[in-house]
Write a protein that binds this ligand. Structure first.
Ligand SMILES: C[S@@+](CC[C@H](N)C(=O)[O-])C[C@H]1O[C@@H](n2cnc3c(N)ncnc32)[C@H](O)[C@@H]1O
Length: 283
């Protein structure tokens, strides 16, 4: 079942499409420009595999937080694919994203799965929106690489570290410079499903910029195909720098090749960390 097949069971999430106030808020916050309606749906239909592959390892890492009933904050939750697994495992979750279309899909998916009881969906655009305090912070699908420049990325990591309540856990994925190197010379990718197709053309104007010119096609009820285009610019980072940055805010982190048994795309790394009591203040 796809999110679009799912009808919201009720308007219990804060993102009921019938809520005029929320519609206005969604217009206001749609300033990031990534993942409009069509690409959000194509991502949901065709790219669920990454969140699903990461979920078992992340759930293992977060087990102590689940055991004590702590709050998990998810950044860049997209259409709720990891959120769903966190909720199924019994976590309390605040799931956030910069894209209103992604949040609408997440609201539909979680309501259809009857999982909307213990979740709050919120618009949150890094690096400047306030990050709510949490006992664990997770993010998959490299939302951190969507930040526009190194300063924004550093500010986002600092805000994330500061929002962790000790003993807090961190599990996020980030694209290293290697992500771009591994794709140099590759013109792009194309994938096709029954009701959707996506073509992404790659450009790497510098070692830390990974640009995708993305065209999607979605089949409409009439049988015709609707085309949309998005331009994504990802900032690639030297992942070795990340533990150093987090350490300044009291989070001890390590870089791993995966969260658990999954294999991450070449150049994508798991950052796994913890913030211990007494480490809250920056040195
Ligand atoms: C590749 S998608 C991954 C979505 C989801 N986590 C998954 O794995 O299916 C990246 C997500 O990051 C979100 N994102 C991009 N820039 C962001 C920002 N500045 N702050 C918060 N989220 C952002 C996008 O809207 C999108 O949902």
């Amino acid at each position: 079942m796809t999110a679009r097949d799912c009808k919201p069971r009720s308007s219990t999430t804060s993102l009921s499409p019938n809520n005029e106030e929320m519609k206005e808020e969604m217009k206001r916050v749609d300033r990031n420009g990534y993942y409009g309606r069509d690409l959000a749906l194509v991502h949901h239909l065709g790219f669920a595999f990454h969140a699903e592959a990461c979920a078992p390892g992340i759930l293992r890492i977060l087990e102590p937080v689940r055991a004590r009933g702590g709050m998990v904050l998810e950044l860049g939750c997209g259409s709720g694919l990891l959120t769903k697994e966190l909720l199924r495992a019994g976590h309390r979750v605040i799931a956030t994203d910069a894209s209103p279309s992604m949040l609408e899909l997440a609201a539909e998916l979680l309501a259809a799965e009857l999982l909307d009881g213990d979740v709050e969906l919120r618009h949150l655009t890094l690096p400047d929106d306030p990050v709510p305090k949490a006992d664990a912070i997770v993010a998959v699908g490299h939302p951190i690489n969507y930040l526009p420049d190194p300063d924004a990325l550093d500010r986002a990591l600092a805000a994330i570290a500061d929002a962790l309540r000790p003993p807090g856990l961190l599990a996020i994925d980030i694209c290293d410079l290697e992500y771009g190197r591994a794709r140099r010379g590759i013109p792009g990718v194309a994938r096709v499903g029954e009701t959707w197709a996506v073509i992404a053309r790659y450009e790497m104007p510098s070692p830390d910029r990974f640009i995708r010119d993305i065209t999607t096609f979605l089949r409409e009820e009439s049988g015709s195909w609707r085309r949309s285009d998005e331009f994504h610019e990802n900032l690639l980072v030297k992942v070795d720098r990340v533990p150093e940055l987090l350490a300044r805010r009291g989070v001890r982190a390590r870089i791993e090749s995966s969260f658990g048994d999954e294999t991450l795309d070449e150049g994508l790394y798991a950052v796994i960390g913890e913030k211990l009591a007494g480490q809250e203040l920056s040195p």
